[in-house]
Design a binder for this molecule. Sequence first.
Ligand code: HEC
Length: 182
Amino acid sequence: MRHLILAAGLLATTLAAAPQPSPWFTSDGKLNYPQHYREWVFLSSGLDMSYDAAAATGSHSTFDNVFAEPGAYREFVRTGTWPDHTLLVMESREGVQQGSINRQGRFQTLLNGLEVHVKDQDRFAGGWGFFAFDDQAASTMIPAAATCYECHRAHGAVDTTFVQFYPTLLDIAKRRGTLRAP
Ligand code: HEC
């Protein structure tokens, strides 16, 4: 009996300590379309953000909206950084001027696609992988040589993510001391 109890205790400890597999991937390593990201935590929108100072927007605009998976968001609030298995989604939408009663400014319409940033320290050499979706089919990782990785690593304020542009998280990271030097 004593052995049984010990064995059960050992099993429970092993189970508790075992790393949890990421729920986001297919068995062949593709990222599933994040179906419910519109129910996640909204971080911010960018309007016509560009890395190119000369970029002209003209009459065409693009909004991006960034969302964090709620479990990862709560952990960020607690610690000031992202836990393993974080998913961040950035959707891109057309911005237009004419519609309904609108006469000034721009509002969002058609979805152009999603880009996703996933933290998985066992899966990706640098800890994070990028993915893009034009439709809802599972997506393969954007190769590690792509500029996505370079720019996010060089300029992202917290752990390769652009917290400097997510105002509520920026305050939290400042308080927790997790912002990297500019
Ligand atoms: C030259 C710099 C640069 C490059 C290259 C770049 N990004 Fe970003 N990325 C940004 C900035 C700036 C933001 C913040 C956007 C905002 O504030 O709305 C961002 C935000 C994101 C986010 C939201 C989560 C986060 O990490 O902050 C995702 C997802 C993302 N980018 C995906 C990509 C993908 C995929 C690529 C490559 C195809 C890419 N990015 C290339 C600068 C870059």
